[in-house]
Design a protein around this ligand. Structure first.
Ligand code: AMP
Length: 178
């Protein structure tokens, strides 16, 4: 049971569907109207953190770029460190890379090689779970560094794309699903 029973309906009224962006056939879930509302943004951070309270998370990995916006306050809420998982070529220090295919293209994700220590308890955060390729590649980076993936917290899961199956459904939480 949600501790915030009107959160789902408030989000449904606030999030914006943008058809055919960034390419035909994709309905883009635009979270910027939610981010612009400080109370709603705060409720989202509380709801996305809640399943992982008391789970001894030491690092929250946010996936570029909306995963940074959500992941940083979730890390603070869980008293964990924040780690950015970035598009290739953006990080300044020695990094490791994983490639993946996306709902709308192919890409890669990188993390600093010292971002996660062995046996750290890690939560992965992003706005939307679509095919799961991005989150799965991020999980591979974390595993390569010896981190223990406790779970994945998304604002939205697009269930028809079955991304959660790739990540392990018991590890995936979201506020909204379509
Ligand atoms: P995927 O790897 O297919 O799960 O795609 C997830 C990544 O692409 C996330 O970083 C999302 O922000 C972004 N993404 C994929 N589909 C959408 C969508 N329909 N609306 C907004 N963002 C999306």
């Amino acid at each position: 049971m949600s501790l915030d029973p009107t959160l789902v309906s408030d989000l449904q009224a606030t999030l914006r569907d943008v058809p055919d962006f960034p390419k035909p056939g994709i309905v883009f879930k635009d979270i910027t109207p939610m981010l612009a509302d400080p109370r709603l943004f705060g409720r989202v951070v509380t709801a996305m953190s809640a399943p992982f309270r008391g789970k001894h998370i030491t690092k929250v990995v946010g996936v570029e770029s909306r995963g940074f916006i959500l992941g940083a306050p979730i890390a603070l809420a869980l008293e964990a460190g924040f780690v950015p998982a970035r598009k290739p070529g953006k990080l300044p220090h020695r990094s490791i890379v994983e490639r993946y295919s996306l709902e709308y293209g192919a890409d890669g994700v990188e993390m600093h090689e010292d971002a996660i220590l062995k046996d750290e308890r890690v939560l992965v955060v992003d706005d939307v779970l679509a095919t799961g390729g991005t989150a799965e590649a991020t999980a591979r980076l974390i595993s390569r560094l010896g981190g223990d993936i406790v779970g994945f917290s998304f604002l939205i899961t697009l269930d028809f794309l079955a991304g959660a199956k790739r990540l392990g459904p018991d590890k995936v939480t979201s506020v909204l699903s379509f």
